[in-house]
Ligand binder design. Structure first.
Ligand code: PEP
Length: 254
């Protein structure tokens, strides 16, 4: 089986200011230093990226954006381009987060455009998928995930897929304190790997990292990441404290 390095990414969302983000970044750098076999990333708001980038310099903590424009550049007020993220020191970008899908009406097709735009600039997309509670209750989880993955990654070839990271984030578990059980997470991760296999072949499917996101904490991280198809975590709330984020990194057990 392909070696998949754990990836732990913190989504700081619209929290912190320049001073508190710098403090948190220092704390993460200190706790991350001994984990050389885990990829660690933090994703601050665009305005905080320059201050955080300075602190991450020379560390083993990577930097990512929380969203990216589908456009290259120009008159798109309020948007941030992939090249701007790259030039500010980002190597990653979250794409298709459920909060973008919900509050900004991002469709699977738009998310696909953003994945491609990120890749074209050399950023690693952390491509998010996940069902809503009503979809899970209606037995439509796999149908929803299947569409999100197939449309979100359509038009990519195996070489492009080599850099894409997928995050399975059940919407009902984000910020709610209600975490998917390790069995629920594994079941969907395994399903996603099957979809990847049918789209890109067995080798790509085995090599692609699939993160779990949704109320991950130090206390539940180890069980989740102990599952064979769970390759790390996308963390919201618990990434805002260096100790809890550090505890989640520790949960990789490597
Ligand atoms: C997220 O928003 O990506 C997330 C997983 O949030 P939380 O950890 O707070 O549920």
């Amino acid at each position: 089986m392909a070696e998949r390095k754990y990836l732990i990414a913190g989504n700081w969302k619209m929290n912190l200011d320049v001073k508190s983000a710098a403090e948190l970044a220092r704390g993460v750098v200190a706790r991350a230093a001994r984990f050389r076999n885990v990829e660690i990333v933090v994703c601050p708001s665009p305005v905080l990226i320059p201050a955080v980038a300075k602190i991450l310099e020379g560390s083993n903590v990577g930097l990512g954006g929380q969203d990216v424009s589908v456009q290259v550049s120009g008159a798109y007020t309020g948007e941030t381009s992939a090249d701007q993220l790259l030039s500010a020191g980002c190597g990653y970008v979250i794409v298709g987060h459920s909060e973008r899908r919900e509050y900004h009406f991002e469709s699977d097709e738009l998310v696909n455009g953003k994945v491609k735009r990120a890749l074209a600039s050399g950023l690693v997309p952390i491509f998010c998928v996940g069902e809503k509670l009503a979809e899970r209750k209606a037995g439509k989880t796999f149908e929803r995930i299947d569409r999100q993955v197939r449309v979100g990654l359509s038009g990519l070839d195996a070489a492009a897929m080599a850099t894409v990271v997928i995050a399975y984030e059940p919407v009902w578990a984000i910020g709610t304190g209600e975490v998917a059980t390790p069995e629920q997470a594994e079941e969907v991760h395994e399903f996603i790997r099957g979809v990847l296999k049918s789209m890109f072949g067995a080798e790509v499917a085995a090599a692609t990292r699939i993160l779990y996101g949704g109320s991950v904490k130090a206390e539940n991280a180890r069980d989740l990441m102990g599952r064979p198809d769970v390759d790390g975590a996308l963390v919201g709330g618990a990434s805002l404290k260096a100790d809890s984020f550090g505890g989640i990194i520790e949960g990789t057990g490597v």
